[in-house]
Design a protein around this ligand. Sequence first.
Ligand SMILES: *Cc1c(COP(=O)(O)O)cnc(C)c1O
Ligand SMILES: [Zn+2]
Length: 413
Amino acid sequence: MGYPLELKCVLCGKTFKLEEVKYTCPFCGQDGTLDVLYDYDEVAQSFSRERLKKDSSPSLWRYAPLLPVINSEHIPSLSVGWTPLYMSKKVAETYGVSAVFIKDDGRNPTGSLKDRASAVGVAKALDFGYTTIACASTGNAASSLSGFAAVSGLPSFIFVPEKAPEAKITQLLVYGATVVLVEGDYSDAFDLAAAAIDRYGWYNRSCAINPYLVEGKKTCALEIAEQLGWQVPDRIFISVGDGCCIGGLYKGFWDLLNIGFIDRIPKIVGVQAEHAAPIYEAFKAGSERVLFGPVQTVADSISVGAPKNWAKALRAVRKSNGDMVVVSDEEILSAIPELARSTGVFGEPAGAAAFAGFRKMAMAGMLESSESVAVVVTGNGLKDISNARKAAGAPLSAPPDIDAFEEILNAHL
Ligand SMILES: *Cc1c(COP(=O)(O)O)cnc(C)c1O
Ligand SMILES: [Zn+2]
């Protein structure tokens, strides 16, 4: 299995032995999220691009040497990762870039990129001998955790804001999690979950503080690199809420650079919603801190006013020479049908937001015609049909009569 070696604080740079610290840096507190570092020599010995080429397993566990799971018996049986990466000539032509690739992470078993983190989280809970796992979530981390906990036989406790979309709450209940709808927003859910986890000794699956979870998310970057024959795109767009997904992308490319599988890290562009953009604001201000405040957006998965993993998010953008961009709710909603009609990929609002960010930068002339671009669609469109309906247009209505239908059809065309 994997060769994790130590944990390193993203803020102060101190390193810790794996058994020394469970979640965040003891010196920097909650803001000091940790990176998992590996024995990269060991990894390089047991792992190669040639070996991967021969590996036909269509899941993220093909990267096991670069993952923190110790015991292979703890890997949940639900398949995760190895989602399609589509090349879209049409989108590339429309927006004047050399190539566009769409990573369809809504194809994961519970419908979002979060499954990558939950798979690793559940395995780590078992590695450490926990018997219960819990998290707070805007929705997808929760539905994902409940699915992976279910197949592994771990009871799960989930705290979500009371306004989470119906589809996500339904997933939780179907998978058999104990679901707590918390009065308030994601921050309130997060705080109550943290208190309960502390009181009852559960394992905390929150990507925002648990260093192993981001390791799951990084596999999205590993796959994109491998699917492109280790020629990474010039730029990559992903939406940002807490900052774990974008932090994971950067960590994935960084690890690959470390073992010599790639020769550069793509420019990573974080996309936030116009009225839920604390990380964007901090980036544009050149600030070392992120200011928290109330937020409002149709994209529930990135409706985060107090991002927990802001340090990893800012690092991803700055170190990769990337950028941040904001998109309005209208731009997010209009991106849903455009993405679906041009590529076949139906994303939830936060998934389509990344495409909206790409489109906005392209239309503003901020992309080179020679560059290749990847867009990560982080969640499936069926997660939130009520917002998709707002942008999808109306159906025709007809009586069961062919002549009447023809009249309606002619009026429509
Ligand atoms: C969680 C999530 C995001 C944002 O990820 P963060 O790690 O919170 O920044 C984006 N899109 C979807 C679909 C998500 O579920
Ligand atoms: Zn620290």
